[in-house]
Design a protein around this ligand. Structure first.
Ligand code: KIV
Length: 305
């Protein structure tokens, strides 16, 4: 879906996902975790923003997604929603928030919608979680599924690995996607699935497939903010870098440090002046007049504020 496919005043809905699939338009999704990033993604025309639990690795300095809490996700979702006018905001349910029983899962998903402002939630897997997904859909919460490599199962899967290389695991991934569709999911993320399997799944279900590391046969793509903008350290095979912000930001900050340490910034134009007479009336005691600033604090020009 491109920006002009839906009026800029009209938010993207799950109906737009369905239409995009039927009309053969690709769905562009990206993660974001805060308001300024969401504002940029939204104005660039992305169809959906995923408030991923990848916030753990990319923003919170955690080793993986597992320690991310519901409070982390609610706060990040609120921030993203504040920066978004058109894109659909999908919030990840973090590890532990939907595995401990259906009632607790519904309560947590409701929090993401009610407190966070999410338009939909995403859950990983297609086993026992199917019952939870049915309950959520029944409660009126749109659900995006996620199969293939599921980061919350990183230890069980033996690391971030392509899923579906052999017949048994390929069948599992395919069956999982089908179960998600039957449970009422409106779309499914295929992460690290071989290209041909992703194509087979896409042709076997009617809901849109959103790939990451799964090749060009999917109906849409989701990428991590930090990866595509060059803010992560590692360049993964499935990433195309559209900018090298690490370099740009580091250079900018080095220049800032240089300017501050050499007294090139701030200058008088970055602050406000007052009349000398204001200071004359103050009860002050200049005990430390030997500081090394080269210029007087105030030239005594006209007040500009
Ligand atoms: O948390 C996340 O960013 C995700 C994407 C990898 C799909 O789940």
């Amino acid at each position: 879906m491109k920006e002009n496919d839906t009026p800029s005043s009209r938010p993207v809905t799950i109906a737009d996902f369905k239409n995009a699939r039927q009309e053969g338009r690709r769905i562009a999704m990206i993660t974001a975790y805060d308001t300024p990033s969401a504002r940029l993604a939204d104005s660039a025309g992305v169809d959906a923003i995923l408030v991923g639990d990848s916030i753990g690795r990319n923003v919170l300095g955690m080793p993986d997604e597992l320690p991310v809490t519901m409070d982390d996700m609610v706060r990040a979702t609120q921030s993203v929603v504040r920066g978004t006018k058109r894109a659909m905001v999908i919030a990840d349910m973090p590890f532990g928030s939907y595995q401990c029983g259906e009632d607790e899962a519904v309560t947590n998903a409701v929090r993401l919608v009610k407190e966070g402002g999410a338009h939909a939630v995403k859950l990983e897997g297609a086993g026992r979680v199917i019952d939870v997904i049915e309950r959520l859909v029944d409660a009126g919460i749109p659900v995006m599924g996620h199969v293939g490599f599921t980061p919350q199962s990183v230890h069980a899967l033996g690391g971030p690995r392509v899923q579906g290389r052999d017949r048994e695991t390929a069948q599992n991934v395919l069956d999982g996607a089908r179960r998600l569709q039957s449970a009422g999911a409106f779309a499914v993320v295929l992460e690290l699935v071989p290209i041909s399997l992703a194509g087979l799944i896409t042709n076997s279900i009617s809901i849109p497939t959103i790939g990451i590391g799964s090749g060009p046969a999917c109906d849409g793509q989701v990428q991590i903010w930090h990866d595509v903008l060059g803010l992560s350290e590692h360049l993964y095979r499935h990433v195309r870098r559209y900018a090298d912000l690490n370099t740009i930001i580091r250079e900018a900050l080095s220049n800032y440090v240089l300017d501050v340490s050499s007294a090139q910034f701030p200058t008088h134009e970055h602050a406000v002046r007052i009349e000398h007479t204001v200071l004359e009336g103050l009860d002050a005691d200049e005990r430390y007049p030997d500081n090394k600033r080269s210029e007087p604090l105030d030239e005594g020009g006209p007040s500009d504020d």
